[in-house]
Design a protein around this ligand. Structure first.
Ligand SMILES: Nc1nc2c(ncn2[C@@H]2O[C@H](COP(=O)(O)OP(=O)(O)OP(=O)(O)O)[C@@H](O)[C@H]2O)c(=O)[nH]1
Ligand SMILES: [Mg+2]
Length: 301
């Protein structure tokens, strides 16, 4: 996608958070305590997180105290936010040296796992990969059906078990099928679970262990799907998931439905998880690779 097209898509998806960052309306104001309080409250409401917010406010105070807010201040704030989002790890998905690359997807109920998998499958297929989906959400009968509809649309195969089957056994079958078919990518869907449900967290660890045993080096990514509308609560959930199954990255969904887009900063700063993709709408095109520059630019319109 052309850069300007991507920026437009980000802008549209992030419009609700951007409302909080309408800095141009502050141009001409004196950078005094009331200005800093205002900026601070906006950053907090956008769920940037307390630690990152107070650091940013201190930096603005140092540089701009008693000056007049202008384009220079805007550039400074953008630069600081980009700095907070800087990450040496690649924003792209790890690719196995030997097929298949396996991506395990986890997260709390309704966070957007299955639809994000559909969007991801379509994206990877469009890039020329063959894809197999593993429907390890055997908790709800409808879950595998939902994934099957998406698999059909994207034209990829799916491995599913009977309702109530052991999800790890479905993961086992999916890995074997992926190896037998020589597909490029296996994406494994799992049932939503609360981070506090320890037996369900253990089930996830078992799925992971099965994948690891059958395919050396796998899973190549363990992606935590986080509903951005949960803001700071999502951070606490993410910490537990990361401890339990060693997440390698996050997919932050539903950014279009919230003003809490700053949670991207918190995910990176608090749980040190790179944001690989963001969901900015319900359409198949609305899962986009995260790009810190484009993200920050779209918050200041
Ligand atoms: N607006 C918006 N809606 C989204 C986004 N991602 C997912 N959704 C919606 O969120 C709802 C739940 O999505 P699912 O993919 O079923 O969530 P899930 O995590 O698989 O749910 P469980 O399997 O029940 O835990 C659906 O209505 C999706 O369309 C997004 O980026 N933006
Ligand atoms: Mg699901």
């Amino acid at each position: 996608m052309a850069i300007s097209g991507l920026l437009e898509r980000f802008k549209k998806g992030l419009a609700r958070t951007a409302q909080l960052f309408n800095v141009r309306s502050w141009f001409g104001r004196k950078v005094d305590q009331s200005f800093l309080d205002d900026l601070e409250s906006r950053l907090i409401r956008a769920d940037v997180g307390v630690a990152a917010t107070s650091r940013l406010i201190d930096r603005v105070r140092e540089q701009f105290a008693d000056k007049t807010a202008d384009e220079e201040l805007l550039t400074f704030v953008k630069g600081e936010l980009k700095g907070l989002l800087e990450d040496p790890r690649p924003g792209t998905l790890a690719v196995a040296s030997k097929r298949p690359s396996v991506y395990l997807i986890a997260g709390v109920n309704g966070s957007g796992k299955t639809t994000s998998i559909a969007k991801l499958a379509q994206r990877l297929k469009d890039q020329g990969n063959t894809i197999l989906l593993g429907a390890c959400d055997t908790f709800r009968a409808a879950a595998a059906d939902q994934l099957a509809v998406w698999a059909d649309r994207a034209g990829c195969e799916i491995v599913r078990g009977s309702a109530g089957a052991d999800p790890a056994s479905v993961a086992h079958d999916a890995c074997q099928r992926a190896l037998a078919r020589g597909v490029d990518v296996l994406i494994v869907d799992t049932a939503g679970r609360l981070h506090t449900q320890s037996h369900l967290m253990r089930e996830l660890e078992k799925i992971r262990a099965v994948i690891q045993r059958l395919i050396p080096g796998a899973p190549h990514e363990v992606l935590l799907v986080i509903d951005a509308t949960n803001g700071q609560n999502a951070i606490r959930q993410a910490e537990t998931f990361t401890k339990s199954i060693g997440c390698t990255g996050a997919i932050l969904t539903k950014l279009d439905g919230t003003a809490k887009g700053g949670v991207v900063v918190a995910v990176l700063q608090t749980i040190n998880l790179p944001v690989k993709f963001i969901g900015i709408g319900e359409g198949i095109e609305d899962l986009q690779p995260f790009d810190a520059d484009t993200f920050v630019e779209s918050l200041f319109v």
